[in-house]
Design a protein around this ligand. Structure first.
Ligand code: ADP
Length: 552
């Protein structure tokens, strides 16, 4: 029953529930010959099309029906981006079951925690992850069988797992005649756990309706801008918030899909981009470093790559400029979170911005951007009072909309909304045109003498230095100011820069009192399961670090 009042005059339109199965049916019927190309875990390239994908998804759905899977049951995947994973996306949710995508980069204990928390009944996995399954199998009592996503030729003779099934056997043994069930569009469709850098991961439980609305909105021109003319390579994993919705928005629009499997190094990606004439891609900033380094070192160019969406953490302007100026690739900066399915904003320009200088346009494009229709946002102070949209006042960012969570799975964390708004945990400004810019994660912001220093700005300046590959800025205890910025730098291979040179480079680029108090050069930054820099780890690692300014 709807919670809203009924009008005495209701619209007289067909009521079709918004179901995920309708996407693959549409892709089969209207874009059947459009290709899905995968670099497989087995090493070779696999290619087929939407019709064949739909056919195999129906066979898998029949296998699940044979297992007695009911609407609402959870089925997990531990898999790279590939065609079998896509089949599971549609077979599981299309059957009314809930697709639980697990991030294989989590610790095995965290994986078994979330499998148990989700009460997964089946778990499909790529052959690369057999050791993880061997480690967790006996700790996951709800799982009736583990399904290895391979053919008989790669199936182990003795895995030590008694309830191990072969994916291709299931495909072969089942009929491709399957009628996708119809049910309420608010039914749960998929489940993603937040990375859980602090505490246990919590589940965001999406519905069919939220997923379809998110797919529609995200495909629009000022979102991901995906169309039937695109060849889309999601670098962002299908276990990271459903690859930002691309496994839905690509078939919805008829775009060709290109899956890189586990091969995310610069060379493998570049080859696939060229072979499959990729026009559009998406991923977190850290994965692009490898590709840009490879392409730069080998003096290569892209022949088809036009546009990429970068998000998940702040995209440094230096990376945007590199893409734009050296490779003619447009970068769309986007922001979102697991709790938002994930897309909230994307940064594209208004027509009146064409009158601005290139420098001013670039300034706007470094922001996280405009909301997509469906998302509403505001910034508030600590007392909850709404703050002005002037581009400089910053506050806690709150959002609402039909693809944003209401509560976590099994009500972990209790009531999460504040007056109907979801608190993102981000600190941001919003300008008069509605462009939002993240200053920081509220827990990463540096509190110096009662004022806040945003670390993203400092990191962006650092990585625009030619010798710097990666930078992270953290707050370090200071007896006078509470906290002061410490800059951690990974240098580019073979490049040299001193602490003094780097600090000098900051002058005039940020307010004087924002200048980092110290710089430490390190070999690598710790990355989390979704490729983001783990600042809590860095804070722990450097908690005893004495700032030179703190010494008498
Ligand atoms: P996801 O798994 O989609 O990365 P998480 O829930 O792990 O989502 O993290 C979401 C957080 O990532 C946001 O709240 C924000 O702090 C950060 N984030 C995402 N995109 C950006 C961006 N473009 N710029 C800065 N921070 C970002």
């Amino acid at each position: 029953m709807s919670a809203y009042p009924m009008s005495p005059l209701m619209g007289q339109m067909m009521h079709k529930p918004l179901l995920i199965s309708s996407i693959i049916q549409h892709a089969d019927r209207y874009f059947g010959k459009n290709e899905i190309v995968s670099r497989r875990v087995e090493g070779d390239i696999h290619r087929y099309n939407y019709t064949e994908c739909h056919r195999r998804a129906k066979k898998l759905a029949n296998a699940f029906a044979g297992f007695g899977i009911q609407i609402g049951d959870r089925i997990a995947t531990l898999a790279w981006n590939g065609y079998r994973h896509l089949e599971a996306y549609y077979a599981v949710s299309g059957s009314g079951a809930v697709l639980h995508t697990i991030n294989p980069r989590l610790h095995p204990e965290q994986i078994s925690y979330i499998v148990n928390h989700a009460e997964d009944q089946y778990l499909l996995f790529d052959i690369t992850f057999l050791p993880i399954i061997q480690a967790i199998a006996t700790h996951c009592p709800t799982v009736k069988a583990f399904i290895m996503m391979c053919g008989r030729d790669h199936f182990p003779a003795d895995s030590g797992i008694p309830n191990l099934l072969c994916y291709e056997d299931l495909i072969e043994d089942n009929s491709d005649q399957f009628i996708w069930p119809e049910f309420d569009e608010n039914s749960a469709s998929s489940l993603c756990y937040t990375s859980g850098t602090t505490g246990h991961p919590k589940g965001a439980l999406y519905s069919h309706r939220s997923t379809i609305l998110h797919s529609y909105a995200s495909a629009m021109p000022d979102g991901l801008n995906v169309s039937a003319r695109d060849s889309v390579l999601p670098v962002v994993p299908m276990f990271h918030v459903n690859a930002w919705g691309l496994p839905y928005s690509a078939p919805l629009t008829g775009a060709k899909l290109v899956f890189p499997g586990p091969h995310l190094d610069g060379k493998s990606l570049y080859e696939l981009f060229e072979q499959e004439q990729v026009t559009f891609s998406a991923g977190v900033p850290t994965v692009w470093l490898g590709l840009l380094t490879y392409v730069g070192q080998n003096n290569l160019k892209f022949s088809s790559f036009k546009r990429t969406v970068i998000g998940g953490s702040a995209c440094p302007p230096a990376m945007m400029r590199n893409f734009r100026h050296n490779y003619n690739v447009e970068v769309v900066h986007a922001w979102g979170m697991t709790e938002m399915s994930p897309l909230g904003t994307a940064c594209t320009l208004l027509s009146r911005h064409s009158a601005l200088s290139e420098e001013d346009r670039e300034k706007i494009l470094t922001k996280q951007g405009h909301v997509l229709y469906g998302v509403d946002m505001k910034i508030v102070d600590d007392a909850g009072k709404e703050l002005p949209w002037d581009g400089t006042t910053y506050g806690n960012l709150l959002v609402k909309g039909p693809w944003i969570i209401n509560s976590y799975f099994k009500d972990e964390g209790g009531d999460v909304l504040e007056d109907g708004w979801f608190p993102t945990g981000d600190v941001a400004t919003i300008d008069a045109d509605g462009y939002m810019q993240i200053t920081d994660r509220s827990k990463d912001v540096i509190k110096s003498g009662g004022e806040w220093i945003g670390t993203i700005d400092l990191e962006n300046v650092a990585v625009s230095h030619p010798a710097v590959l990666q930078a992270a800025c953290i707050g370090i205890y200071h007896p006078k100011w509470d906290e002061r910025p410490l800059l951690l730098i990974v240098k580019k291979q073979g490049a040299e820069v001193t602490k003094e040179e780097l600090l000098h480079f900051f002058e005039g680029k940020v307010a004087k009192w924002w200048l980092p108090d110290d710089v430490v050069f390190i070999d690598a930054l710790p990355l989390g399961a979704t490729g983001k820099i783990l600042k809590n780890k860095l804070r722990e690692q450097f908690k005893e670090h004495k700032l030179p300014t703190a010494q008498r």
